[in-house]
Design a protein around this ligand. Structure first.
Ligand code: ZN
Length: 139
């Protein structure tokens, strides 16, 4: 999985060289040059690439928003399909992990990979309703 970058570290009114961005996020300067190739806009066409803080922030925010794949109701994230997937009917069950958290488990409808959703115990009813199956509590 690609790492995400905290865009709060960027000062919108500052200009950044490739080196400065690389240092800010502890990445290789080549990673930053790749961002430029991918659409991060430099201030001008000069040989030394300088990027405006607001452009850098917008670029990373957009890139990271695109990658987010929130699960819809009744879905869990399948690591094999790399997408949120609906559950195989009847495969959902809840395992209490401790007094605070619960672990919802189910199989991916497509590839039958075991998927997991961690939630807080107080959401037990909500989670059970969400997946629309009767839960069989196992220890
Ligand atoms: Zn799957």
């Amino acid at each position: 999985m690609q790492r995400s970058y905290d865009t709060r570290l960027i000062r919108a009114k500052r200009s950044y060289t490739v080196k400065a961005i690389a240092k800010l996020y502890s990445v290789d300067p080549n990673t930053v040059r790749k961002w430029v190739k991918d659409g991060l806009k430099p201030i001008d066409q000069s040989r030394i690439i300088v990027i405006h803080g607001s452009d850098l922030k917008a670029f990373l925010d957009k890139r990271q928003a695109k990658r987010k794949q929130p699960c819809k109701d009744g879905e869990m994230y399948c690591s094999k399909c790399r997408k949120p997937k609906r559950l195989l009917l009847g495969s959902f069950h809840i395992l209490p992990t401790n007094t605070v958290n619960l672990m919802g488990k189910g199989e991916c409808r497509i590839c039958k990979t075991q998927m997991t959703r961690i939630d807080v115990m107080t959401n037990l009813q909500k989670v059970t309703a969400l997946f629309n199956y009767a839960s069989s509590t196992k220890t």
